[in-house]
Design a protein around this ligand. Structure first.
Ligand code: FAD
Length: 584
């Protein structure tokens, strides 16, 4: 078997892996990234590219009153028994410096967002300032490696064009038929995109998570980190004659051959958790245990390899959080070529004239809370039933204004979705209920009761519109409550929701910096985990937009510095030009 030596081997090329790799490289280490898929970027490249990083310099400009103590208090309140003081402190201490370092030393750039925390009324929560967004990127900056960037998630693009999670972009698309400014904006965006399709066969100006993955990859490649693709890690190598000894490398399959990569500083597991590990999720997800279905938009290569590799050398994985994953209500999109897409319901649930009901026709939660909260409510409401499902129901006015799921607002036609069964229609609520297979009397009663209060902009049952976050993705022109309007005018429409996820929360037990720990709590020398391979800082909760990517980036930075010895006594980082060590 061929043998290669390097300082650090990073397995996986999402935000966790690439941020670790670029940091370690800039601190002087020789680094290789091995990625299993033909494309790099992982789930990160599919994502909204929003990062929750309290104390970041962009947020400080918007909300100078926010403090580290408030962010800590918020995390304590949100994570409850899962609060990990040491890891939280490490994250909050490093967060501002990490953002400044990436913006100064790499191609990564951020822009502020207007996102409130998801529960801004919980003590320590804020209405603005902690969530930032990766700045758009022209992927020609990747040169020939542009072809190896994972393309965006098809279901959340429009003819392959990405929207920007900043929200301003989307507002123009929703208003294109009502405002000249928005019409011109949309026409320009579409014209540029069509030109790019003709010239390059894909969009070149990417946004959101695709921009984050591209920027991190460009930074790593430019610093001299090779990103091997189609290069799965198969097993870890331990020091000879020492079955429980230090990890000194891994076997990678590359170009059809097994290569032993020997490491002087260690191996970093950054394989993006276990969303497609059928065995582990069957154990972890209550809706699968009761015979239901789960549809994940996460790339299918995230099969829990990092966790299995760690376990093979004594690393400890626990299923201990209240939610094993970040829940995302999704719908199944049947494409004309027979393939199936997964649509994450990121925007429609917040809108007035849209409600969510169970098979009995009853509402079950505040639909304008986050995807995770709605997902958790769905899991709870369907617990023990054979199917975990709900239906988003709206009237003709809401469908035309906002679309529903994968169905776009007017004037984009929706006939194809009625024909393929994605969108259900009924002239009356009873007809709609029959088309969906839900209880007609229950649905009629629900809408009747909802409408009485909705006419006044109220939702006494679940309090929609009560927080800045509820209203953030709603319709500000709908007053007095941007989230609430009666379902007045038939025909009525519905899309079926199933349970999906954005990534897993449970993971490997690690020290704050990311050393993989055994069941006894001791660190396995030479083995580290980052990103969703390590147990989430959020303890199985979802406090804000960007709570996976934010910690993934910051812990990647901390880990890269740790393995390189930056900021520690006896720093021995070696083989590349040293960065200026003033970032901490
Ligand atoms: C539609 C969508 C929107 C989202 N939006 C946001 C958002 O705005 N903000 C946020 O914080 N989170 C968001 N998330 C979640 C977020 O994208 C993930 O939590 C995050 O990207 C995980 O990063 P990671 O580095 O741990 O893993 P990934 O980015 O998934 O990278 C892991 C990589 O490891 C590779 N790999 C796996 N096994 C092996 C192996 N054996 N050998 C080599 N490589 C291997 C995989 O192929 C993959 O490329 C979103 C998720 C989705 C699906």
């Amino acid at each position: 078997m061929e043998r290669i030596e390097t300082d650090l081997l990073v397995i996986g090329s999402g935000c966790g892996g690439l941020s670790t790799a670029v940091t370690a490289r800039k601190a002087g280490l020789e680094v290789i990234v091995a990625e299993k898929e033909p494309v790099f970027g992982g789930t990160t490249a599919f994502s909204g590219g929003v990062l929750w990083i309290p104390g970041n310099r962009h947020g400080r400009a918007h909300n100078p009153g926010d403090t580290r103590e408030a962010a800590r208090q918020y995390l304590r309140n949100e994570t409850g028994e899962g609060f990990d003081a040491a890891a939280v402190d490490a994250f909050l201490d490093a967060a501002p410096a990490a953002v400044e370092w990436f913006e100064r030393e790499t191609e990564v750039r951020f822009v502020p967002t207007l996102y409130p925390d998801y529960h801004p009324t919980v003590p320590g929560g804020v209405d603005i300032g902690r969530s930032i967004l990766a700045a758009p990127y022209d992927i020609r900056g990747l040169g020939a490696d542009m072809a190896r960037l994972r393309p965006p998630l098809q279901t959340i693009t429009f003819i392959g064009m990405m929207f920007n999670s900043s929200n301003a972009d989307l507002k123009h698309f929703f208003n294109a038929t009502k405002s000249l400014t928005s019409f011109v904006y949309v026409a320009r965006r579409l014209a540029t995109h069509v030109q790019e399709l003709v010239r390059y066969g894909k969009g070149i100006q990417v946004t959101s998570g695709n921009a984050l993955a591209a920027r991190l990859a460009r930074s790593a490649l430019a610093a001299g980190v090779p990103i091997w693709t189609e290069a799965p890690a198969l097993k870890l190598v331990q020091q000879a004659g020492s079955p429980s000894g230090p990890v000194v490398g891994a076997v990678i399959r590359r170009n059809g051959q097994e290569v032993e990569v020997r490491t002087r500083r260690g191996v970093v597991l950054a394989c993006g958790g276990f969303p497609h590990d059928a065995r582990r999720i069957a154990q972890a997800y209550p809706h699968l245990r009761s015979g239901g279905e789960h549809l994940s938009p996460v790339p299918t290569g995230n099969t829990g390899d990092g966790i299995a590799l760690a376990e093979s050398v004594g690393g400890q994985f626990d299923l201990r959080f209240p939610s094993a994953s970040a829940w995302m209500p999704v719908s199944r999109v049947e494409n004309s070529d027979g393939s199936v897409g997964v649509f994450p319901h990121l925007l429609d649930r917040y809108k007035p004239g849209v409600i969510g009901v169970l098979r009995n026709g009853r509402r079950f939660c505040n639909e304008s809370e986050s995807y995770h909260d709605v997902g958790a409510a769905m899991v709870e409401a369907c617990r023990g039933q054979p199917e975990t499902a709900a239906w988003l129901v709206c009237d003709a006015t809401a469908l035309a204004k906002y679309g529903l799921g994968y169905v776009k607002p007017a004037p984009v036609p929706h006939g194809r979705f009625l024909r393929n069964g994605y969108l259900k229609q009924g002239a009356t609520l009873a007809e709609l209920a029959a088309a969906c297979g839900i209880d007609a009397a229950g649905l009629e009663r629900t809408v009747r009761e909802f409408n009485v209060h909705a006419a006044k902009g109220e939702d006494p049952a679940f309090g929609r519109g009560r927080t800045a976050f509820n209203r953030y993705l709603a319709d500000p022109t709908n007053q007095p409550n941007p989230c609430v309007a009666p379902l007045a005018q038939g025909p009525y429409y519905a899309v079926k929701l199933l349970m999906g996820d954005l990534g897993t929360f449970d993971g490997l037990r690690t020290s704050p910096v990311g050393e993989v720990l055994t069941a006894a709590g001791t660190a396995i020398p030479g083995l580290y985990a980052v990103g969703n391979d390590r147990a989430s800082l959020m303890g199985g909760n979802y406090p804000a937009a960007g709570i996976t990517l934010g910690p993934n980036l910051v812990f990647g930075w901390l880990l890269g510095r740790h393995v390189a010895g930056v900021g520690q006594a006896g720093n021995q980082a070696g083989s590349a030009p040293q960065e200026q060590r003033h970032a901490a």
